[in-house]
Structures are given as C-alpha cells and as structure tokens.
Design a protein around this ligand. Structure first.
Ligand SMILES: Nc1ncnc2c1ncn2[C@@H]1O[C@H](COP(=O)(O)OP(=O)(O)O)[C@@H](O)[C@H]1O
Ligand SMILES: N[C@@H](CCC(=O)OP(=O)(O)O)C(=O)O
Length: 271
C-alpha cells in the first residue's frame, strides 16, 4: 500500500473544480432530506464561483429524495421502479438546488449524462461546449447521470449508476484541476471504520493498489457506490495526472478550507 502522510499538498492552486456530492450528503439515514446542508453547499459553491473559480457540481440524490417524496423506506430492486424514482427525484432535486442557489443569486443549469456520451466524440464535444458556455456566464452546471435511460451500461441487478466514476470523467474531460468528493465519512481509512473500529485514516494516497481496493467494502444505507467506486475514480484521475480529495460532506463550508490549502480528508495524487 502506498501511503505517505507528510507530502500532502493541497488544492490551493486549483481554479476549475468539480465537486461530487453523494446521496449520504443529501439525505440522512432516516431518509430525511438535509436542506440545511444543501443550503450551505449552495452558499459555499456560490462564494467560490463569485471569487473567480469555475465550479461544476456532480450530484447524486435523485433516488434518495424520491424515496422520501413517495414515502418509501427502501430502495426497490426492480429497475423500472428505480428509473421512475430517478425521474421523480431528479426534478425535485433540481427544484431544491434551484431554490437554494437562487437565494444567493446564483444561476445553475442541469446536465444529465450517460456514459455513451464519453465514447462519442461529437456528443462529448457538445457536452463540453455547453458546460464551457455555462461557466463563461458564471453559471454552475449541476450534473447527474441520466438514470432513466442509462439502462444499457449498468448492472441493474445490484446497483444503479455510479456518480464517483462520472465525476472523475467529467473532471478530466472538462480539464478541471481536481475533484472534491463529499461523503458521509471524513477520509479513506485502512478498513471500513464502521465495521473495524481500529481502522486508521489515510491522509495521502499516491497509488491505488489492490491492497487498498480490498480495504474498501460496503456503503452507507442509501449510497450506492461505497468506497470502492471512489477508489476507482481516484485511480482514473491519478492515471490522468489529476487529483482528488475526499472529505466529509456534513459541513460543505469545509470546501473553502480545502481550496485554501488546508490538509484534510484524503488526497489522491500521483507522484
Ligand atoms: N476503507 C474505507 N474507508 C472509509 N469508508 C469506507 C471504507 N470501506 C467502506 N467504506 C464505506 O463507504 C461509505 C461511503 O460510501 P457511500 O455510502 O457510497 O457514500 P456516498 O453516498 O457519499 O457516495 C462509508 O460510509 C463507509 O461505510
Ligand atoms: N444517480 C443516482 C446516484 C448514483 C450514485 O452514485 O450514488 P452515490 O453512491 O450516493 O454517489 C441518483 O441520483 O440517485
């Protein structure tokens, strides 16, 4: 395992930043929508945008908020039911973001993507053009996977989409300096700390090794990706000479500390 603690450098020279928000940041364990967190996230991202940063938000949570809307306790296993929830929840999720950002006079734009976009030069260029046009007008693009139609690429038996990977690809394709992932956990640990209380925090990862992969198992109740998909995202970004920082999303204002160069969470950065 390649773990170094002293050389952690941070995001103080990043100018274009992708922020990925997991379901666990949007919805709590009892299924309630975390409006104050979303409000703080909107305030923080607006502050960064108005300070001259290019900000792109990749957000999960469509299915999470739909479960709450539809008074469902558990995520259904059959795919059309999940697709329906994604459709219901996505419009509500954007309504929440619109209202929340509007309070800070910040415009946002919705971008729903499927993975085939990245395999098609023309569609990819159109997507990048649209995102660049939004950024040029100081609009924050808000991206999610288009779960309603993304049925071909996904293993829908067990999981539904993976926004960690999507956020990593968006970071690379939009030429962003780095990706900040907000989760329900404050860092990568040597083992799942909810299962193994002796697990230790890992401040810097320079290489995603098989050993590290093996230490990442399980996800929060509503999250789909778990730590494994975050490690795949980090591995992809390291291979593209880009960086990723994993922090706890419970207080999104900590993004400001990260961008100011404070060492926190786990930094994934190749050597
Ligand atoms: N080695 C590890 N270090 C930290 N968290 C881990 C590890 N292995 C598994 N996990 C689990 O990954 C979860 C975060 O992933 P996930 O539930 O998908 O969150 P999100 O919805 O934010 O994407 C943590 O709550 C924890 O239970
Ligand atoms: N696209 C799905 C989320 C998929 C996903 O990757 O979720 P998470 O592991 O919480 O980031 C949704 O909006 O519900």
């Amino acid at each position: 395992m390649q773990v170094v603690s002293e050389k952690s450098s941070a995001a103080n020279d990043w100018r274009r930043i992708v922020i990925k928000v997991g379901t666990s940041t949007i919805v709590d364990a009892s299924g309630e929508i975390k409006y104050p967190v979303i409000n703080r996230l909107s305030q923080t991202l607006t502050q960064l945008q108005k300070s001259g940063y290019d900000i792109i938000l990749v957000t999960s949570g469509a299915i999470g908020v739909a479960l709450q809307q539809m008074k469902m306790v558990k995520r259904p296993t059959d795919i059309p039911a999940q697709q329906a929830l994604a459709a219901i929840g996505q419009s509500y999720l954007m309504a929440i973001y619109n209202q929340s950002f509007a309070f800070y006079q910040q415009h946002v734009g919705q971008v729903l993507l499927t993975y085939d976009v990245f395999n098609n030069k023309q569609m990819l260029q159109h997507t990048i053009d649209a995102i660049e046009a939004m950024l040029a007008q100081h609009v924050i693009p808000i991206i999610n996977e288009n779960d309603v139609i993304a049925v071909d690429e996904l293993d829908h038996q067990h999981s539904f989409g993976d926004n960690d990977r999507l956020a990593a690809i968006v970071t690379h394709e939009t030429n962003a300096d780095g990706l900040i992932v907000l989760s329900d956990i404050d860092a990568l640990y040597t083992d799942n700390p909810y299962v193994n209380p002796t697990a230790k925090k890992i401040p810097l990862v320079t290489q995603v090794t098989p050993e590290l992969m093996a230490s990442a198992s399980g996800s929060s109740d509503l999250g789909t990706g778990g730590m494994a998909t975050k490690l795949y995202a980090a591995e992809y970004l390291i291979s593209k000479q880009r960086q990723m920082i994993l922090i706890n999303g419970k207080n999104p204002a900590t993004i400001l500390d990260v961008v100011a160069g404070k060492k926190m969470g786990t930094l994934f950065k190749g050597v």
